[in-house]
Design a binder for this molecule. Structure first.
Ligand code: NAI
Ligand code: MG
Length: 350
């Protein structure tokens, strides 16, 4: 029987409420099929307020020993957001070369969407997760003077573009064999013209996959008007960030959306987390939708070679949503625990 070791990072805010249910779902889905061991670490912005560090100095060494990481989000109103990102979340994503950010968007029976077309939505956004607009280089000079200047440089490398493109085309082969590159090469005449050129070259190695490009402004319209058009989307770091929140809202709530920060070569553990943040506005009130965290666990199982366990979790979520149980973000009145417990039960008794 295979044995998986999972590091659990409940993070901040609503993460502390959603994560226990996700962990219960992992154990329920594995039961009788494979062994799973989970160990939890209290790292994040609240930990920083208590101890002065987001994670211990040997945090990455600790995480390296696990098969994968299940995380929620880091962020607290008393901590500057860019510190939570750059001193914690991005450290893990960058050091563990999690360059592929996978964000599935799908609609569920029983959950009203914001869409004009009632067709089912089932797409995966593959977001470049290590460079592009969020690469980091830049600076500010003469900040408080009339001649103040801020520079933030995007970085697009051939190696970075090729590897994300290959990931997207391979993923499309497991699905409906269609890749749409969402870009803005009409305006970004250096970076995204190059992005398009390299992806076009990679596409020629996948003649069985239908490949097309779409400008990001047009794509936002297409998301709302005809999302069934999309299968796999490959896009840049910033566009993927924005489009996936739109995708989440479109199908009912960002609280439903899972994601993976994947190191496809498996040199390091990958990290799975809901698309949403720590939601301090609703934290501690039992209002958080736990489904984004729970489905992130399903994505994790699939990548760890346990697709049946992943499917058990996904089916249980669909069953519970169809039964009418919903948290407030989906215009329901059930608590986080009621949803979490119903999903665990549906995994045990499908
Ligand atoms: P957010 O996603 O936390 O919240 C946006 C809105 O959606 C809020 O009204 C919230 O109540 C609602 N919402 C989010 N998740 C929900 C859920 N599961 N169930 C029900 N409602 C939900 O984004 P926001 O407000 O921009 O950020 C809050 C904090 O989270 C900040 O400190 C931010 O930096 C951090 N954050 C961290 C991320 C990470 O660690 N990967 C990702 C995004 C935000
Ligand atoms: Mg975001």
């Amino acid at each position: 029987m295979s044995h998986l070791r999972i590091a659990i990072l409940p993070g901040d805010g609503i993460g502390k409420e959603t994560m226990p249910h996700a962990v219960n779902c992992l154990h329920a889905a594995a039961e009788g099929h494979f062994e799973i061991e989970t160990e939890s670490f209290p790292w994040g912005a609240e930990h920083f307020l208590e101890t002065g560090e987001f994670m211990p100095a040997n945090g990455l060494d600790i995480l390296r020993g696990f098969d994968a990481i299940l995380f929620t989000a880091a962020g607290h109103p008393a901590v500057t957001d860019f510190r939570s990102s750059w001193e914690f979340v991005f450290v893990i994503r960058k050091q563990f070369k999690q360059y592929a950010n996978i964000r599935p968007v799908r609609s569920y029976e029983g959950v009203p969407t914001l869409l004009t077309a009632p067709d089912a939505v089932d797409m995966i956004i593959v977001r470049e997760n290590s460079e592009g607009e969020y690469a980091g280089p830049g600076g500010v000079v003469h900040s408080d003077w009339d001649n103040g200047v801020a520079l933030q440089t995007s970085v697009f490398t051939r190696a970075g573009i090729e590897r994300i493109a290959h990931y997207a085309f391979k993923l499309a082969r497991e699905r409906r064999k269609k890749v749409t590159n969402i870009t803005k090469s009409n305006a970004m005449l250096h970076s995204l013209v190059y992005w398009d050129k390299v992806i076009e070259e990679v596409s020629q190695q996948y003649p069985d996959v239908d490949y097309g490009i779409m400008l990001v402004d047009a794509a936002t319209m297409k998301f709302v008007q005809n999302p069934a058009f999309f299968d796999v989307i490959v896009t840049t770091n910033q566009f993927g960030d924005i489009l996936s929140d739109l995708g989440g809202a479109m199908v009912g709530s960002v609280g439903l959306s899972p994601s993976g920060n994947v190191n496809p070569e498996r040199d390091f553990p990958s990290m799975y987390e809901p698309v949403h943040g720590s939601a301090p506005d609703i934290a501690g009130q039992g209002l958080a939708n736990p489904i984004g965290t729970i489905l992130s666990g399903a994505l994790m199982f699939k990548d760890l070679g346990q697709p049946e366990a992943a499917q058990r979790i996904q089916d249980a979520v669909a069953t519970v949503l169809q039964s009418g149980l919903k948290t407030r973000d989906l215009r329901g009145s059930n608590t986080t625990s009621e949803i979490g417990e119903a999903i665990v039960q549906a995994i045990r008794q499908p």
